[in-house]
Ligand binder design. Structure first.
Ligand SMILES: NC(=O)C1=CN([C@@H]2O[C@H](COP(=O)(O)OP(=O)(O)OC[C@H]3O[C@@H](n4cnc5c(N)ncnc54)[C@H](O)[C@@H]3O)[C@@H](O)[C@H]2O)C=CC1
Ligand SMILES: O=C(O)C1=N[C@H](C(=O)O)C[C@H](O)C1
Length: 269
């Protein structure tokens, strides 16, 4: 049996950071070899196991990616856009595969990641779950089959702490719908409605956002026509689905050529 993959978890005290440690620790294919938090965070310099409420481990939470990534084969990163772009540069320089779950990137961030990926392996997806990636493939197929008499609306819901909207997943679904229709999302997206908006423009792709409580992540893609509606739905009820996907991506990324990949590639969809 091969050695377990050495993985660093970035943003380790966050909702996804904690979940990643749990999922990696439960796997015989990988181990947590390092942990990162934002500079000055209360966990920096402390033992990861103790910070998570368990027994001491040999992993001390660090704040300097260049130090912590030494000896790592992958870093899994669910943090914030600027932090992720900065880490991508270091990971590429050090030959460490960078698995990115962070959402909320601007077009400038995305262009920078694309440039960095010329020299490093990046796997990035707005949603790492198998279910959502299947939903994405289905959305593309249905959008291809139905004409613009079917209005496409994407409705997403998340917990009260989420800072970006629409969600990375909703945008991924919007891209798939636009691709299926053979149009550009940028030209057809309606990301907010308020006041006297006028009637719905034919061919547009609408987004609606719910924020509240502890909703982990819910996404509907609606195709609404005269006389019928088709709704494709995914509900995440456990963050482990995202962490398991990220671990799969870290294993898949080993030995790949430099480039930016997505979960559809990892899952072969
Ligand atoms: N692609 C996917 O499947 C999923 C993506 N997400 C995305 O992951 C991101 C994080 O989500 P949560 O864990 O819920 O947020 P969170 O707020 O609980 O955790 C974020 C963590 O990142 C840390 N952080 C911020 N700046 C940092 C820096 N410079 N260096 C190191 N750590 C830093 C914070 O201190 C915090 O611990 C969001 O963008 C969210 O949308 C969340 C779930 C699934
Ligand atoms: O912030 C979250 O929690 C989630 N974010 C991702 C997104 O923006 O789509 C994925 C998941 O739905 C949870």
């Amino acid at each position: 049996m091969s050695e377990p993959l050495a993985i660093v978890v970035n943003g380790v005290s966050g909702r996804m950071g904690r979940m990643l440690v749990e999922v990696i620790n439960a796997s015989d294919k990988a181990r947590v070899c390092g942990a990162l938090e934002r500079p000055g965070h209360a966990w920096v310099g402390k033992d990861l196991g103790e910070m998570l409420g368990g027994t001491a481990t040999s992993v001390i939470v660090g704040e300097d990616p260049a130090q912590v990534l030494k000896g790592a084969q992958a870093v899994i990163d669910f943090t914030a856009p600027a932090a992720t772009v900065a880490l991508a540069r270091t990971a590429a320089q050090m030959g460490v595969a960078h698995i990115i779950g962070t959402t909320g990137f601007t077009p400038a961030h995305l262009a920078e990641l694309q440039e960095i990926a010329q020299a490093g392996v990046i796997v990035r997806a707005g949603n790492m779950s198998l279910g959502v990636n299947l939903l994405t493939a289905l959305t593309r197929k249905v959008a291809e089959a139905l004409d613009s008499d079917y209005d496409i609306e994407i409705i997403e819901g998340h917990h009260r702490h989420k800072v970006d909207a629409p969600s990375g997943t909703a945008l991924m679904l919007g891209e798939a719908a636009a691709e299926g229709r053979g149009v550009s999302l940028e030209d057809h997206a309606v990301r907010a409605r308020d006041g006297i908006t006028g009637a719905r423009e034919k061919g547009s792709i609408g987004f609606a956002v719910v924020r509240g409580g502890d909703i982990i992540g819910e996404h509907d893609v609606m195709f609404a026509a005269d006389g019928e509606r088709l709704i494709l739905r995914h509900i995440a009820s456990d963050r482990a689905v995202f962490a398991r996907g990220a671990l799969k991506a870290a294993l898949w990324a080993q030995g790949r050529e430099a480039g930016e990949y997505d979960m559809m590639a990892v899952l072969g969809l």
